[in-house]
Design a protein around this ligand. Structure first.
Ligand code: PHE
Length: 340
């Protein structure tokens, strides 16, 4: 190699040896090998030489480049190894340190009961359908055999919106939407929020219901009670029984209130069941012929039953909660008690 090139190589080697870390080495390397660096200047000089001298000088520069590169690689390896071990040292993990505790959330009691109910009824072949919370008067009342002048409208204090719309007072509205959409067989489960102008320790203006609807040939009240017995066993314990009492809803005929034997005293009578041994848990009945007709389902061919329960009410009974407000206050001290 030419003497002046040897000098450049030496200069590079000296610079590289001084590099304290790989970043400094990179900068030093660029100063020699980069386009604007020392070699760049040599290539420029090469282009200015008479043609005959170019091959020899070109070969020399290439040799210099290779020699510089070799030196860079050697030092680079050393620096990398040193930096890696410094990093491993610094980022050492003490595996004997106690872990940081993570606070785990819990499911809201209303969600728990809703999921449990869906489990029970999905196991019997029900499909889940969620209707809208803003309804028309038709779906919430009229189609459910409750026309404008019907006294049963007073059973539910309704929040009316503009243009004939309202906040649904019952998930029963979903029955109509389902039956309009589909001919029997129908097996629908419909959970959702409902709204009523009502507010005390056991009533809240917004609460959740779970609606059930079965329509097919030869459906009877016995089918209803059989399914509700299973529901009572899963939700309130395996010795639970149900009892049907006559009641009234415009959209079912006959209508019943369903009681479950008191899970607190086993039916002997206690303060929870007010000494009767029974607790009222839901409303139900055989779908009124008129409701089937409203949905173009032939009541001489098909029959059905429907039931509707308040999810908050079931949760309050199951977990012994005495005020419905606890379910909307979201006090973590309350909510964290509901663990598996
Ligand atoms: N929709 C009724 C209520 O909110 C409950 C119900 C549902 C009754 C289905 C009978 C059949 O009180």
């Amino acid at each position: 190699m030419d003497k002046s090139l040897e000098e450049i190589l030496q200069e590079a080697a000296d610079k590289f040896a001084l590099a304290a870390d790989s970043h400094a080495l990179y900068e030093a390397k660029t100063a020699f090998l980069g386009k604007m660096g020392r070699l760049g200047a040599l290539y420029k000089k090469l282009r200015e030489l008479p043609e005959a001298e170019r091959p020899a000088f070109g070969a020399q520069i290439n040799e210099l480049r290779r020699a510089i590169e070799e030196r860079v690689v050697a030092i680079e390896e050393k620096l990398h190894a040193r930096e890696m071990s410094a990093r491993l040292e610094k980022e050492q993990v003490d595996v004997t340190m106690p872990g940081r505790r993570r606070r785990q959330g819990t499911l809201h009691p209303v969600t728990r009961v809703k999921n449990l109910l869906i489990d029970v009824f999905a196991g019997m072949g029900f499909e889940v359908f969620e209707g809208p919370e803003i309804e028309t008067d038709y779906y919430n009342f009229t189609a459910l055999n409750t026309p404008a002048d019907h006294p049963a409208r007073d059973m539910q204090d309704t929040f009316y919106l503009a243009d004939g719309l309202l906040l649904r007072t019952q998930t029963s509205a979903g029955q109509i939407r389902m039956m309009e959409k589909k001919q029997p067989p129908i097996k629908m489960l419909s959970p959702g929020r409902v709204f009523r102008s009502d507010d005390d320790a056991t009533h809240s203006p917004m609460f959740h219901q779970m609606e059930g609807l079965v329509v097919d040939k030869n459906i009877t009240l016995c089918d209803l009670q059989g399914m509700l017995d299973e529901f009572a066993r899963v939700v309130f314990g395996k010795n639970s029984k149900t009892r049907l009492r006559p009641s009234y809803f415009p959209f079912t005929e006959p209508s019943v209130e369903v009681d479950v034997s008191c899970h607190a005293c086993g039916g002997k009578g206690c303060s929870l069941c007010k000494g009767t041994g029974w607790i009222e848990v839901l409303g139900a009945g055989m779908v009124n012929r008129r409701v089937l007709e409203n949905c173009n389902i032939d009541p001489d061919v098909y029959s059905g039953f429907a039931f509707g329960m308040g999810i908050e009410r079931i949760a309050m009974l199951k977990y012994g909660i005495n005020n419905i407000k606890l379910l909307t206050e979201n006090d973590v001290r309350f909510l964290s008690q509901f663990k598996d």
